[in-house]
Design a protein around this ligand. Structure first.
Ligand SMILES: C[S@@+](CC[C@H](N)C(=O)[O-])C[C@H]1O[C@@H](n2cnc3c(N)ncnc32)[C@H](O)[C@@H]1O
Length: 251
C-alpha cells in the first residue's frame, strides 16, 4: 500500500493537521482571500478535500462543491463539517471516494482546488503531471486550477528547525524533514507523543520550486499560469509562506 493510502496516518495525525484553529483560519480565508473569491455559483472541485476545511465554508457561501478524497474516514469528517454548515451547504455538496490519479469529470467545474500540500504524492513524476491533466479536463473552458504546496524555496528557509505542535489533550507532534534525491523529494516524519507512547508515520512527496510547478502547469495544458506566496495574492518572493500556483483551462 502506498503511504498516502494509509487511513490511519490521516486519522492519527488529524488533531495536528486539521485542528480547530486551522479550520477557523481557513474559514476566514474563504471569506476574505482574493485567490478564493470565485464568481457566485461557481462549481468547485476540492481534490483531496480531507475533512472538508475548505469544502464546508465554500458550500456555505453558495458554491456547488464536490469533495474527492481517497480516505473514507476523511470523507466522513467532511460530511459532518458540511452538515454543520447548514442544510443548504449539505444539499450543494457531493463527496466522492476516488484517487486523484483517476478522477476526471470532463468540463464539470469552474474551479479545481488542491490545497495544503496534497500534490506531488506519486513516486512517478508522470503520475503527478497526470493529476494536473485530470484537473484540466475536469474544468470548463476558462476554468481555474489552484494548487497550494510548501514551495522548495520556502522550505529551504526554515528546514532543520524543530517543528512541534502542542495538542489540546497534552500530547504533541514533532515534525522532522529530510531532503531526498538532491531536493527533488521530501520525507516528512511525524511523531505523535502521547504520555509514554509514540507513533511515527512518514509522508513522501515531490518538492517543487515555483519555476518547476509553473512548467508542470504548462505541460498539463494550462494557460495564464501565475505564482503567489499566499492566498491574498502576494508575490512568491522572500516573504512567501506557501507556493500557490494558478492556471486556466484553455477557453
Ligand atoms: C494533507 S491532507 C489535506 C486535506 C485538505 N486539502 C486540507 O486542506 O485540509 C491530504 C489529503 O489527501 C488525501 N489523499 C491522499 N492521497 C490521495 C489520492 N491519491 N487521491 C485522493 N486523495 C488523496 C488524504 O486522504 C488526505 O485527506
Amino acid at each position: 500500500m502506498p503511504w498516502y493510502a494509509d487511513d490511519s496516518l490521516w486519522v492519527d495525525f488529524a488533531p495536528a493537521m486539521f485542528s480547530d484553529r486551522r479550520a477557523g483560519t481557513v474559514a476566514a480565508l474563504v471569506r476574505d482571500a482574493p485567490l478564493l473569491a470565485f464568481p457566485p455559483g461557481a462549481r468547485v472541485l476540492d481534490l483531496c478535500c480531507g475533512p472538508g476545511l475548505f469544502l464546508a465554508p465554500l458550500a456555505r457561501r453558495g458554491h456547488p462543491v464536490t469533495g474527492v478524497d481517497l480516505s473514507e474516514p476523511m470523507l466522513d469528517r467532511a460530511r459532518e463539517a458540511v452538515a454543520a454548515a447548514g442544510d443548504g451547504a449539505r444539499r450543494r455538496t457531493e463527496l466522492v471516494r476516488a484517487d486523484m490519479l483517476d478522477f476526471v469529470r470532463p468540463g464539470a467545474y469552474d474551479v479545481v482546488l488542491n490545497v495544503f500540500t496534497s500534490f506531488g504524492y506519486f513516486t512517478d513524476p508522470a503520475d503527478n503531471l497526470q493529476v494536473l491533466r485530470n484537473a484540466r479536463r475536469s474544468l470548463a473552458p476558462g476554468g481555474k486550477l489552484l494548487v497550494d504546496v510548501m514551495g522548495k524555496e520556502v522550505l529551504a528557509g526554515w528546514i532543520g528547525r524543530p517543528q512541534t505542535v502542542d495538542l489540546p489533550d497534552g500530547s504533541y507532534v514533532v515534525q522532522r524533514d529530510t531532503v531526498l534525491d538532491s531536493w527533488r523529494r521530501l520525507r516528512t516524519e511525524w511523531t505523535l507523543v502521547c504520555g509514554e507512547t509514540a507513533r511515527t508515520a512518514a509522508i513522501h512527496s515531490f518538492l517543487y520550486s515555483a519555476a518547476e510547478l509553473h512548467e508542470l502547469f504548462l505541460a498539463a495544458g494550462f494557460t495564464g499560469v501565475e505564482c503567489y506566496g499566499d492566498f491574498d495574492g502576494g508575490p512568491y518572493d522572500q516573504h512567501a509562506r506557501r507556493l500557490i500556483v494558478t492556471g486556466h483551462a484553455p477557453g
